[in-house]
Design a protein around this ligand. Structure first.
Ligand SMILES: C[S@@+](CC[C@H](N)C(=O)[O-])C[C@H]1O[C@@H](n2cnc3c(N)ncnc32)[C@H](O)[C@@H]1O
Length: 228
């Protein structure tokens, strides 16, 4: 099982619910499919994905990050290079064999990546254009029934706007779920009108219950303010 008390010593923002969510989704991915992570930082979420894969079917995890931080990290910390810490963490957590670190931007990698993907975790740059580009370049590689998950879908307006827009307009997503700040949905070849109805209902649910109230809880308990 995933031991979050241990995982949380890797610096990052992922909460326990989010860590378990990644673990459970990675566990389900078939061995022939890839698990893709966009944005690894120092490896907290990568480790959850890898442990899930190890408990599941040993699907390879591709951890994509240029390791220079996003704009908000560069503003907060100045120049950063997280690659050494990332490598140290995946080795000390015993997951190095499952993961292939790729030190590059998601868009560069998407141009040459030719494997079918079973689960995508998007946690790179959070501006609307950036997250939209990540989604549009990787969603076509996702198998039908595969899951795409977005971190910070409440905290960052760009991610929230894109996920809500997809839920309102896309014919290819269904079964939205939330875990703290994560929103996920499944890829469908063509969703049913009942799926579209449910997708639309999910937005106010998420905004008021999961997002607003969840954020108050997280703020009160100090979870989401800085990496810990
Ligand atoms: C919020 S951090 C990721 C945290 C990590 N997922 C975790 O939970 O431990 C965002 C990361 O996205 C990376 N990033 C920014 N732009 C990217 C891009 N175009 N492709 C891949 N990674 C990117 C940054 O370098 C940074 O390490």
């Amino acid at each position: 099982m995933l031991d979050f008390e241990k995982i949380k010593s890797i610096e990052g923002w992922l909460t326990k619910n989010e860590a378990l969510f990644l673990f459970e989704n990675a566990k389900k991915v078939a061995a022939k499919n890839a698990i893709v992570e966009i944005g690894s930082w120092k490896g907290r979420s990568t480790t959850c994905l890898c442990i899930g894969s190890q408990y599941g079917k040993n699907a390879k995890v591709y951890a994509i990050d240029p390791h220079v931080g996003s704009s908000e990290h560069q503003r907060q910390f100045g120049k950063v290079d997280t690659f050494e810490d990332f490598l140290k963490n995946i080795h000390s957590y015993g997951v190095a064999e499952v993961v292939e670190p790729i030190r590059d931007s998601s868009l560069n990698v998407a141009k040459v990546f030719d494997k079918q993907v079973g689960f995508i975790f998007i946690d790179g740059a959070h501006e609307y254009e950036a997250v939209k580009n990540d989604f549009e370049s990787w969603f076509p590689k996702l198998s039908n029934g595969g899951v795409v998950a977005f971190h910070d879908a409440w905290w960052f307006g760009g991610v929230r706007f894109l996920t809500y827009l997809l839920l309102m307009t896309s014919n290819n997503v269904k079964n939205p779920k939330a875990a703290d700040t994560i929103i996920s949905f499944e890829k469908a070849p063509h969703n049913h009108f009942i799926d579209r109805f449910y997708n639309a209902l999910f937005i106010p649910y998420h905004f008021f219950i999961s997002g607003f109230w969840g954020s108050i809880k997280m703020y009160l308990f100090g979870i989401a303010k800085s990496p810990q």
